[in-house]
Design a protein around this ligand. Sequence first.
Ligand SMILES: *Cc1c(COP(=O)(O)O)cnc(C)c1O
Length: 383
Amino acid sequence: MNPIPYGRQNITQDDIDAVVAVLKSDFLTQGPAISEFEKAFANYVGVRYAVAVSNGTAALHLAALALNVKPNDKVITTPITFAASANCIRYCGGEVVFADIDPHNYCLDIKKVEELLAQSPYGTYKGIIPVDFAGYPVNMEELRKLADRYGLWIIEDACHAPGGFFIDSNGQKQLCGNGLYSDITVFSFHPVKHIACGEGGMITTNNEVLYKKIQLLRTHGITKDPGLLHDNHGGWYYEMQELGYNYRLTDIQAALGNSQLKKADEGLNRRREIANIYKEAFKDKSYIIGQSGFVEGHAYHLYVIEVENRKGLHEFLRDNNIFAQIHYIPVHTMPYYKQFGWNIGDLPVAEKYYSCCISLPMYPTLTDDEQVFVIKTINEFYA
Ligand SMILES: *Cc1c(COP(=O)(O)O)cnc(C)c1O
């Protein structure tokens, strides 16, 4: 059996052809492939505006800048995420406040967020960054209602959830990133995610003001748009109006992303199939403490189970060439965040989850035989 990772990209000849076509074209960056990818992605998630950027972390940083995060602004997020969800607040000098997770879906516990908000004077917190962890679609309708009561903005970190959706109170599907409930949503196109660009990210919003600001910040804060210029010296003229960054995606990456997007639904269906097989395989097992919440619309970036003797299982799988992973070490326990007063013991649900979680192989090209082998190996360990 070949090594089985927890996640991997699926690159086909179509993808290679799309990249080669850009390499032979006039533009390697700032060309037409970017806006094609942006339009196609906006269409995929059902949003008005999409801005392609160099990676998911850059997307989070620009989202925080566009929402005007300032030094000491308090923003709430989850400890069970990749560090970047919290770091984007620190880039702007803001203060990260971690709230505990829901033990069933591993996302921010809305009740815990509500407690935090209720304990402080109105205006103490500026925003919330929920994460659709593992692809579980956060109920954004509910979170929006809470955010509105306290005047907060929402950046939805949907890096795990392109194509995911929740069912709203009217029974309608609401796709992650459709801009109805979050101010801004961000996605990542790292190869372990659903759509691979190598490195890449996307920002979606229905808010035109935020859209324009994000576009400006993506390229150094520089614009040539005649409608935005304060002055005009001639055809060469541009203005730097804000302190922006170079967070552009290349056309090479955009072409790959666009080609990948065409098979995103196929990949998502396969992920849901794999999830169902795991679910069935583990449903009566005594060594299972918990497993990924099953809801319609789950995007299954990860398939997580909680088990006894997680460390032993992790090593046993490795010995059998199965490279399961742990998602995530709680961010508030990282040495960097400890300097702000966070410590082990602060968020017991997240910490308990971390002590027994393990992410099993989950990607569209995982074969039936490989999945059978993974399940068999886990059963063997606990036999
Ligand atoms: C991958 C990821 C990011 C960062 O994306 P990059 O493209 O690697 O910068 C942010 N948040 C979450 C939840 C992620 O999984």
